[in-house]
Design a binder for this molecule. Structure first.
Ligand code: ADP
Length: 491
């Protein structure tokens, strides 16, 4: 069953249940009330619904009877006497009528009680001490009769009590019920309309949104229109959509990156393989005739194989980085000694590549940092190998300045070269994976764009930071910032 149908049913139920209960109580009232009126008050007329009024009337009647008993019966034929008795009744919306064949006293306030007079004249149902209900032309009345003997004549006094306002008649009750039913029905219609607006509309929006997501369409926006639970749900839904969209875009980017990586790798592997094949053919076909030439060829073949080895190594490591599975072995590292060792290791390699290494280390001997020596070494060698890779074609010798210093609880390791530099438009992206500047792409050395992304990941896994500054044509400076180890860090 649809929600809107349920809402209609619930609202109808809200009207129908009270109506059924009301009808049941009315039926009960109609069955038991006349019985109670009859047994307790001797009242046959079931139109009289208000027992308090009957009590009031009974009290007035007995008061009248006492008055009649106090006086000689003849005096009751005197209108002046009746007028005196009538006085106190008027305050109670009651009055007296004196009858002896004709009406000899009419105590009605306004005097326009023709309907009551003609009802009494018909004498229908009137006898001594009778108590009758009369609907009247404008008002309903309770009329009591008291007969008396004056000499040989018989006369009657009637006590007329105006019960309008205190006796809700059946028609009036029906009218009230009709009004209540109409009010309930009207209220329900307004309720249904309001509920449709409040619930059905946002539900519909959510349904459409869910369907769109199921169909793979994430290009829409859900704007919460209220701050109730539906608004919150819509907000959460919108958050979910944005995340799904981000994931989808990320996946797409990843797939594209992977394609780029595969094409780069095949290119990067193809280049040394082609060279190796060429040199091997040269040796086989006797092009490298002298032992000198042969050694040169073999050295080149070795270097190319070494390039491939490094590339494969980097790819294997990249897959670890990509899946967050880098096996770190953190230890306390003496900063000064560590970078001294790096210098010692790098110096001969750089010398062979015709690079000058300028090394400065101002960190005190006992300063420690927490890190994985092997992975930090990877950071340094990746940065240095980029400096070699992107060396200036104009400068005679390359230059790398490795400077290490301590600043406010941080170790700053700067690696600066005099290479080709990085275009400002590329600078912001060099740490993105697979990002290669146009220069890098066209360079013979061509990289694969993962070196610096690995470097960044390792530095960040050490809770450090890395950034680059560069001036095209002048050189590049990469700075790695790592935290100094304080004893208190691990207390
Ligand atoms: P690649 O394998 O292409 O070298 P990296 O992630 O190591 O990938 O570097 C990303 C890009 O940053 C490179 O393509 C290059 O354009 C630029 N770059 C990095 N280091 C230097 C540097 N020392 N001098 C000039 N450009 C550099």
């Amino acid at each position: 069953m649809r929600l809107s149908t349920k809402l209609v049913l619930v609202t109808l139920g809200l009207v129908i249940v009270p109506l059924v209960l009301l009808s049941a109580s009315l039926i009960l009232l109609r069955v038991y009330r006349p019985r109670a009126l009859r047994t307790d008050y001797g009242q046959e007329d079931t139109n009289i619904m208000n027992i308090n009024v009957i009590r009031r009337f009974d009290a007035l009647m007995s008061q009248l009877e006492q008055e009649m008993e106090k006086r000689p019966a003849e005096s009751l034929l005197d209108p002046a006497v009746l007028a005196g008795m009538n006085e106190s009744l008027l305050a109670d919306k009651a009055y007296l009528l004196g009858y002896q064949e004709e009406c000899y006293f009419n105590g009605a306030d306004s005097g326009s009680n023709e309907d009551v007079l003609s009802y009494i004249r018909s004498q229908e149902g009137f006898e001594d001490r009778s108590k009758l209900y009369f609907a009247g032309l404008s008002n309903p009345y309770l009329i009591g009769c008291r007969r008396f003997e004056a000499g040989s004549e018989e006369a009657s006094l009637y006590l007329v009590l105006d019960v309008s306002g205190s006796l809700p008649s059946v028609t009036r009750i029906i009218f009230l019920i009709t009004i209540s039913v109409l009010a309930l029905a009207g209220g329900s219609i307004i309720m249904i309309g309001w509920m449709r607006l409040k619930f059905a509309r946002p539900m519909k929006q959510l349904q459409t949104a869910a369907r769109s997501i199921a169909e793979g369409n994430l290009d829409f926006e859900l704007v919460p229109e209220s701050d109730d639970e539906f608004g919150e749900l819509m907000g959460t839904f919108e958050e979910m959509r944005q995340r799904l969209k981000m994931n989808a875009e990320e996946r797409l980017r990843y797939e594209q990156d992977s394609k780029v990586l595969i094409s780069n790798i095949s290119h990067d592997l193809k280049t040394p393989i082609t060279a190796i094949k060429g040199y091997v053919e040269g040796i086989r076909d006797g092009v490298a005739s002298s032992p000198e030439k042969q050694r040169k060829y073999l050295t080149t073949i070795y270097n190319k194989a070494d390039d491939m080895d490094r590339l494969v190594d980097q790819l294997a490591f990249y897959s670890l980085v990509d899946t967050n599975r880098v096996p770190y072995h953190f230890t306390k590292i003496p900063v000064r000694a560590y970078f001294d060792d790096c210098r010692d290791e790098l110096a001969p390699e750089l010398e062979a590549q015709e690079f000058d290494l300028i090394y400065e280390n101002t960190v005190a001997e006992d300063v420690l940092m927490i890190g994985d020596p092997e992975q930090l070494h990877r950071v340094v060698s990746n940065i240095v190998s980029n400096s070699v890779k992107y060396r200036s074609r104009t400068a005679e010798r390359g230059r790398i300045r490795l400077s290490v210093r301590q600043e406010a609880g941080m170790i700053l390791a700067e690696m600066e070269d005099n290479g080709i530099g990085i275009d400002p438009k590329d600078l912001a992206h060099i740490f993105d994976r697979f990002y290669r500047s146009d220069t890098s792409r066209s360079a013979a050395t061509g990289g694969n764009g993962i070196g610096l992304s690995i470097v960044k990941k390792i530095v960040e896994d050490h809770s450090g930071r890395i950034w680059a500054e560069s001036r095209p044509g002048e050189g590049t400076k990469l700075t790695v910032e790592l935290r100094v180890y304080e004893e208190s860090d691990h207390e």
